[in-house]
Ligand binder design. Sequence first.
Ligand SMILES: NCCCNCCCCCC(O)(O)C(F)(F)F
Ligand SMILES: [Zn+2]
Length: 665
Amino acid sequence: MGTALIYDEEMTNYKLLWVDPACKIEVPERLTVSYEALVESGLADRCMSIPVREATDADILLVHSEDYLDAVKTTPYKTLEELKEFTLQFGDVYFHPNIYHCAKLAAGAALQLVDSVLTGKMRNGMALVRPPGHHSMCSAASGFCVFNNVAIAAKYAKQKYGVKRVLIVDWDIHHGQGVQYCFEDDPSVLYFSWHRYEHQKYWPHLRESDFDIVGKEKGAGFNINVPWNKVGMQNSDYLSVFFHILLPVAYEFSPDLVLVCAGFDSGIGDPEGKMCATPDIFAHLTHLLMNLAGGKVCAVLEGGYNLTSLAQSVCQTVQTLLGDPVPRPSNLDGPCKSALESLHCVRSAHRRYWSSIRHAADLPSCEISTKHIKLAEDKLDKEEEEKSAEEEVWPQPPKRVPSAIRTAVVLPEGVACPDRCKCLMSAEDPDPLIANKFRENFLKDADDSDALTTLSSLIALAERMEKNEICSGLALVRDISMAIMCVIQHTAAALSNRVLVVCVGDGKVPSHGTDDGKTLVVQFSSKKSEEQKCKYYIPVCLKKGCQDASGFMQAVLGLLLPLGYEYDPSLVLLVKMPDSGLCDTVWKQLIGLLQGLAQGHTLVLMQDVERACVGPTASSLLGDAAPSLGQLHAPLPEDVEAVESLRHRLKADWKLLQTTAPETR
Ligand SMILES: NCCCNCCCCCC(O)(O)C(F)(F)F
Ligand SMILES: [Zn+2]
């Protein structure tokens, strides 16, 4: 199954017909530059082009009122003056004789995308649309939006396909209040939005965009608002919110479908957002969502007003949906103080609804109320200064060239090579130089020839991964710790290399290279390790080891991913220790998530008895979405405690582990 791309140039055929400073940024070129960039880069051809359709009245009435729809239906016949008049009843939006037609196409495009994914025809996809949707409400247009494309898509998915739970991730820099209102009492739709807020001083200036608005009645807890109270947020801020709020809750919620309000005004250079996250961050945000809902991810364009930034971000998103390895996360230096405050507020507001963040520290309650009263006042006098946005510049996103071979395997005699994989035959006569080195360093009984061939094939595999000829690998070995030593020593030879070693299960793991940081070892096991802990050797002791999916996933999302992203390895060595007790679905989730690091260079080592695991492992390494884990129960208190105390101890060294602002003296 491929990636759907839904676009029709008819949606470029409307524009602002009069002077309105608030609306002049919403231009047809937003769509043309995005689509042309996909064509230029060859990405459009790799997608399956799905035609748009007009949303029917019934589709639109899933969210909007008849009065509103009837009113919008009259706009094609209005004169310019009547259109201006009509527009005045709404805020920051404009109408045009053709906008009703385009609004039906935009909503219809989102529905076509949902159809192609939920019928299993396509794996995931993106709809490039305008007018956008996430601000429009039951009976009102707002913020360039006429019909709420994504809200309609969510209702449609539930009604037509019986989808039980929908996750809506709104990474646009504006709060999609229209989506929030639509689902605020609905526990089957989890709405997550971050947005520029500046303590209500930023548009749409709503009190209900703040972190303490969590949803109503049955929907309490299913509305997550992350307000950015300063501009200039960077990649670290966005990733921290994914690791410490969105992903833990999303895995607990276990959606059947993920819809993305994919606005790119949260990217660098955008005149509205004034943030500093680079376009490649959208590759990571997309990747981190692709292991939810069995990979059923539908991205629908919302905002984005810097045409260069927008085009690059759209390409980063689509290339990730296509399964290409994501670029290495560049220089993550940790979330800023303001982001940590927001992170802390959101987690404390939601801790009572989500067991995965139950441990979040509470906020002194007084802080919440006074902050609003005071700041709401000075909002009135502080107008939006129309500062001339100095032209931001940022580096071109790195080229993401897929390797010729996606996954290669080194298997013992008699183990079939999984399909779509390349089998590296162990070298008949291993290079005598390597052979000697092995003999003196590793091999106990020197004449153990097939161990020798396996290890030399393993090195050959690692070398070809380094050259990006092969993306990921899997090797079954007899002696795991020898194989680890072998890969670490080989990889450490190249100066710029760093290896993240992730060990799942009990057993002795060599700590070679952890003293100087060339290696970072994170081991998940059920045994307290006596090993001296240092910054680069992190044993994670879980009560049931890797058997309890919730405790394990909480440790992966809240500890391993932040560490891995901050460490930014050139290779991930993922080791499944003997009898780790890890079930296949969790194992596949882990493989899927870890491929966001090291440009997907994941090398999996397993004991040669784990033949049954070869197929599932290979399929995850090939980029197949991991099956959903289902709704996760609360992690064991001991595991929560273990992860929290580790995070607390390590956050001085690893900034992405922080979830609260450093105590202000
Ligand atoms: N400086 C001019 C003030 C503009 N205030 C209105 C902003 C509307 C944002 C719309 C959007 O980007 O959220 C959407 F995704 F809907 F398109
Ligand atoms: Zn926006």
